[in-house]
Design a protein around this ligand. Structure first.
Ligand SMILES: C[S@@+](CC[C@H](N)C(=O)[O-])C[C@H]1O[C@@H](n2cnc3c(N)ncnc32)[C@H](O)[C@@H]1O
Length: 220
């Protein structure tokens, strides 16, 4: 694994700071987090640099992205230059574990112990519908009581028209990427969460007509 393994997503570059700002507010100062569908690994690298009280377990369905996630977990001088306020040096970030291959639809996830937070950014609309119950059931199994699941992305609200940009995005996802993909209804997301013992605690408006949904694990 070298810096050349790093993949780069312009969307992740744009949204990593607004998402971090929300995580800072809704999460306690320290804990253990699992990132689902880590993609390139840019988000988890950013969150680990700026939330030093948290340890991060990145994960991805697509095995060929694991080297990129690992590469983003090792900082170079350029990373330090863009994170001058973070108390980190060059080299491996101490608070990121090696990435795991994880399919949210699997009956068992390859992780041990309870997590205080699970993050899932831009997966639900960019994957088949089965990832919704898969994510929620897995979060129900693996979050500690009071732990938080934060999902980021566009959602269909029953009481508001979909923004024109999201209408076009939904059409593009289904026609150009995969007919089973598409923006999910927030009501369906919340219903699957409820079935898994998760309560929708907060809904945060984000740039470009996205939302962060903050769920809390209830029960014992
Ligand atoms: C649009 S990308 C988002 C990646 C990253 N979170 C980001 O925002 O840059 C959607 C991701 O969902 C992942 N994914 C698709 N199906 C999945 C599944 N069954 N379990 C876990 N992740 C899955 C894909 O591999 C892909 O990395």
């Amino acid at each position: 694994m070298t810096a050349a393994d790093r993949q780069s997503s312009p969307a992740a570059e744009r949204n990593r700071q607004p998402i971090l700002d929300v995580l800072r507010r809704v999460l306690p100062p320290a804990g253990r987090a699992l990132d689902i569908a880590s993609g390139s690994g840019q988000h988890v690298s950013w969150f680990a640099r700026h939330l030093p009280g948290w340890t991060w377990q990145p994960s991805e369905y697509a095995a060929d992205t694991l080297p990129s996630i690992a590469a983003w977990s090792v900082l170079d001088e350029a990373d330090l230059a863009e994170s001058p306020q973070a108390a980190v040096g060059t080299g491996p970030l101490a608070n990121i574990a090696p990435p795991l291959q994880l399919d949210v639809c699997a009956a068992a996830w390859p992780v041990a112990g309870a997590f205080d937070a699970i993050t899932c950014i831009n997966m639900l609309h960019a994957s088949p519908p089965a990832t919704l119950p898969g994510l929620m059931q897995g979060a129900g199994r693996h979050l500690a009581r009071g732990g938080v699941l934060a999902t980021y992305g566009p959602y269909i609200l029953d009481d508001e028209p979909l923004a024109p940009g999201n209408v076009e995005f939904d059409r593009w996802l289904r026609s150009e990427r995969d007919p089973s993909w598409g923006i999910r209804r927030l009501a369906d997301v919340a219903a699957h969460a409820r079935d898994a013992g998760l309560r929708l605690r907060e809904r945060v408006a984000m740039p470009a007509n996205n939302l962060i949904l903050v769920f809390e694990r209830e029960g014992s």
